[in-house]
Design a protein around this ligand. Structure first.
Ligand code: KE4
Length: 433
């Protein structure tokens, strides 16, 4: 297996060389840098449906889907048309606009726990604001997060974080004052006893618990049966705001997210990705009594020049309406099962240990014999073997997330032929490991 596809990517390589001069690491987001999987990243020239076309003209079946937003595949004609129609009226107004109201009505209808919602321009802003709101509402300072969960890059949450922070070995980022970090308590996911002990040790001090109800930033990890219900029970018992970070899982795991599938009602929910249809977006919402603490009604300030941007709203509205029209979830789950079964079968035949967690259109591969249920067990995965698997797939035209600590995504644009091809490629790569 050649060491890198960059030898066959002269245009991407030249672009990367230029990027490295001016952009730290040559990328505008660390996880795109391929540093944990080796080689230089390819540059994407265009994207259509389930396919990325690189700057060197290579076509790749895309299982990253721009990290989740592209649930309808890339450049979907309905979303494209919605953006074009909105564009005719301008790009940004800095005033309320009709799209924001329609987006709010769709979100509230899809996610019944959300009675009021505020738009932002990224998932990071959404989770950062939800934490501030929980602290302002409860007048408490401490928050609980879970190791391996990633909630964007705000100071309070870059503690034992997943995604790119974990990928590049800095789960606790530099630059965060100890005074901030002290207010963030990190617990193991799927561990009820740790939650009990933490609340007992900090009576009346926990403002909020923020959790990825299904983890997508440490690989893909689902909760033990009853765990989320327990998190809901103990937070309600202690007057602590329960925040579901569904930036990734919202509208992906189900129309109403994980909270619909698990029948749990959080106090606040953070959203992003799919509700922007590929344009910059985030949102947070939930109980009206909590949301009304936000300026201009209440004392918790939160703002954004481009919050509710008409183009992003138009794209997101089209994306959500398509989900309601198509109800793609059963089909996406079937395709996810097929892909993971192919990898599991090939690994078994080869005598390689692999975990292939999957729910609907989210999945990941851990090269370990250990059942992965939290950060520590995720780290038992052989990251070097994953890197070889990733590169073998890429060389054969299948683009997986360039990190052992990310989730993969399937879109409605991945037809049977694309999944069959991916199964064939991934099985072949496993056979050659
Ligand atoms: P953004 O600020 O990147 O829009 O959202 C942050 C965020 C918050 N919560 C969850 C559960 C998330 O998954 C994310 C962002 N996800 C990563 C992918 N693992 C974004 C990719 C990147 O950092 O480039």
């Amino acid at each position: 297996m050649s060491s890198s596809c960059s030898s066959a990517s002269p245009v991407s390589d030249a672009l990367f060389a230029r990027a490295l001069q001016l952009i730290p690491g040559g990328v505008n987001s660390p996880v795109r840098a391929f540093r944990s999987v080796g080689g230089a990243p390819f540059f994407t020239q265009s994207a259509q449906g389930a396919t990325l076309t690189t700057a060197d003209g290579r076509e790749l079946i895309d299982f990253v889907c721009t990290w989740g937003p592209a649930i309808h595949g890339h450049n979907h004609p309905v979303i494209k048309a919605a953006i074009a129609a909105a564009l005719d009226h301008g790009t940004s107004f800095g005033t309320p606009n009709p799209y924001e109201v329609e987006m709010a009505e769709l979100i509230v209808r899809f996610v019944p726990s959300i009675k009021k919602v505020r738009m932002t321009s990224s998932g990071t802003e959404a989770t950062m604001s939800a934490i501030r709101l929980a602290r302002g509402f409860t007048k408490r300072d401490k928050i609980i997060k879970f190791s391996g969960c990633y909630h964007g890059h705000s100071d309070s949450l870059l503690i034992k974080a997943g995604s790119g922070a974990l990928t590049h070995g800095h789960p606790d980022s530099a630059g965060i004052p100890a005074s901030f970090a002290r207010e963030t308590i990190v617990l193991p996911y799927n561990d009820r006893a740790a939650l009990d002990a933490c609340f007992s040790a900090n009576p009346g001090q926990i403002a909020g618990v923020i959790i990825e109800p299904y983890c997508g930033n440490v690989g893909f990890i689902m909760p033990d049966a009853g765990y989320l219900a327990y998190v809901r029970e103990i937070t309600a018992q202690h007057g602590t705001v329960l925040i579901f970070d569904e930036v990734m899982t919202g509208f992906r795991i189900a129309k109403g997210g994980v909270q619909e599938r698990e029948n749990i009602t959080p106090d606040l929910t953070c959203l992003g990705k799919i509700i922007g249809g590929g344009l910059p977006v985030g949102a947070f919402g939930g109980r009206a009594d909590i949301m009304d603490y936000l300026a201009p009604l209440g004392p918790v300030y939160q703002a954004g020049t481009l919050s509710g941007n008409p183009l992003a709203m138009a794209a997101g509205i089209a994306s959500l309406r398509l989900l309601e029209e198509l109800n793609p979830y059963p089909r996406l789950d079937q395709l996810g099962r097929q892909l993971c079964a192919a990898v599991a079968d090939a690994a078994k035949a080869k005598g390689i240990a692999v975990q292939t967690p999957q729910c609907g259109s989210m999945f990941s591969f851990f090269f370990t014999s250990t059942a992965v249920r939290d950060y520590d067990t995720a780290l038992t995965g052989d990251a070097k073997l994953f890197a070889r698997f990733f590169r073998g797939a890429l060389e054969r035209g299948v683009y997986l997330a360039p990190s052992a600590y990310e989730a993969g995504f399937i879109s409605t644009a991945h037809d049977g032929a694309a999944i069959d091809r991916a199964c064939e490629v991934l099985s072949g790569v496993i056979r050659e490991l």
